[in-house]
Ligand binder design. Structure first.
Ligand code: SF4
Length: 450
């Protein structure tokens, strides 16, 4: 979500007359669009701001803006710790950034934090099509912002506000225009993406309808979405995933913990049994489904036995991949108040390693099971590690690496087929079979996958 917000904010700045700089040191305006989901994101920001302070000393006209979630969470902290920052803007009015930068030239540092989205200055006030997108063949599309849940570890509801869904017609129009520009794959974004539409209509399920509507847009060949909530995974969504050919067979379903007591303390609204049931329904209905998840290690008060339950559920769920996180107390959340039962860093490190072993084992098994299959891949560019190797992504969302002499098959945005020859925990390797369709948006061959 933040990365796409950054693309949209860059589009607003370009529309205001700025041009992207090749390197940070050349920039006249530097914008940090921030995340506050874990403490480390804040530490990184202040490290980067320290570097920019030294640049600004050499180039006094340089302007620095800090936008997004960290600004929303604690704008005064940014002003206090970084007095060289010219503009601080929260999540609800990112489109104010150019005006505030101009005002800062005349009047000095500006700070503008709103409690709720402002129709005049939210990102939705600017056409999303102007976003400076990282790649031309795939696009993110924000369908909903905010979250009405209250998971006890999560800062998102307090910095992003309540759920607001964009109208279906706007989203279909945007997808149609993106397809017209050569976009083949769209990823629908929302903090709680599968509750999309609850604020628009009582007639549910709008999310399942939206999947079908975006899939029906001429030229859109792949549709993905992230991140859904297990408690809101409705049968209609599973049916749409099974029946709409453009919707990819990939489901990211955050589990967080396998212990029912911890899930209750997290206020997640499901049990481990319910999670596994929904997962099994999805796997039974959707052909060849890949499943990934999020897991938190060391939630306050997590006992050894409760952690063992997470290991057991993760093993049973047999994930294709998992993002494992160490609990990070976020100020203002209920879980941050449980400091008397925080888990020691040594115990957390040990649990983290054990959980990683379990999820890597299933990831490797899942990848190895692909060996011998012919997979469709959407080419993303040359591999960072080896210039001769081309990287793409399968319909399941797995990275796949291969080589080919076929020039058209090397161009980002091309569809190719690849015979899988090796499976590793985080990627596949294969032999090029054939070009399925050349790109619709010719690229320089030097593009690197980030
Ligand atoms: S559903 Fe997701 S975004 Fe909402 S509070 Fe829970 S973890 Fe945070």
């Amino acid at each position: 979500m933040n990365e796409h917000d950054s693309e949209r904010l860059a589009g607003i700045l370009v529309a205001d007359g700025l041009e992207p700089a090749e390197i940070l040191e050349d920039a006249d305006v530097v914008v940090f669009n921030t995340c506050c989901i874990r403490e480390n994101a804040g530490n990184k920001l202040f490290g980067n701001l320290g570097y920019v302070r030294s640049l600004k000393r050499k180039k006094p006209g340089m302007q620095v803006a800090v936008t997004g979630c960290l600004s929303q969470m604690d704008p005064e902290d940014i002003q206090r710790r970084a007095d060289h920052v010219d503009v601080v803007v929260g999540t609800h009015n990112l489109a104010s950034t150019p005006g505030l930068l101009r005002r800062a030239v005349e009047q000095g540092p500006q700070m503008e934090i709103l409690d709720a989205p402002d129709p005049e200055s939210s990102l939705d006030a600017a056409p999303a099509l102007n976003a400076v997108r990282e790649v031309p063949w795939a696009a993110w599309m924000t369908i909903q912002t905010g979250c009405n849940n209250s998971c006890s570890f999560c800062i998102v509801p307090s910095v992003r506000g309540e759920e607001i869904s964009r109208p279906v017609s706007d989203l279909v129009d945007e997808a149609t225009m993106l397809a017209g520009r050569g976009v083949r794959e769209i990823t629908l974004l929302g903090q709680n993406v599968n509750s999309y539409g609850r604020d628009i209509t009582k007639r549910q399920p709008l999310f399942a309808e939206l999947l079908a509507n975006i899939g029906a847009v001429e030229g859109i060949e792949r549709v993905r979405y992230t991140s859904p909530h297990p408690k809101d995974l409705r049968p209609e969504t599973i049916r749409a995933m099974a029946e709409v050919p453009e919707v990819c067979n990939q489901l990211h379903l955050p589990l967080q913990s396998g212990s029912n007591r911890i899930l209750t303390a997290m206020r997640r609204g499901y049990t481990a049994e319910r999670y596994l049931e929904r997962l099994s329904d999805a796997r039974a209905s959707i052909d060849d489904l890949a499943v990934s998840t999020d897991l938190i290690v060391g939630f306050p008060g997590e006992s050894d036995a409760e952690f063992e339950e997470t290991l057991a559920v993760a093993a049973e769920a047999n994930f294709d991949s998992a993002y494992t996180f160490i609990f990070s107390p976020r100020p203002g959340t209920r879980a941050a108040d449980l400091s008397d039962v925080f888990i020691s860093p040594e115990v957390v490190a040990d649990r983290f390693e054990r959980l990683t072993t379990v999820v890597e084992r299933s990831a490797l098994e899942k990848s190895m099971a692909r060996v011998g299959r012919i997979e469709e891949a959407l080419v993303e560019g040359r591999s960072r590690r080896d210039e001769m190797v081309i990287s793409g992504r399968t319909r399941q969302g797995k990275p796949v690496h291969f080589t080919t002499e076929d020039r058209e098959a090397r161009v980002p945005g091309a569809f190719v087929s690849v015979k899988i020859t090796r499976g590793a925990p985080h990627h596949l390797e294969g032999e090029f079979v054939e070009l399925i369709a050349p790109t619709k948006t010719p690229q320089r061959l030097t593009l690197q996958v980030r």
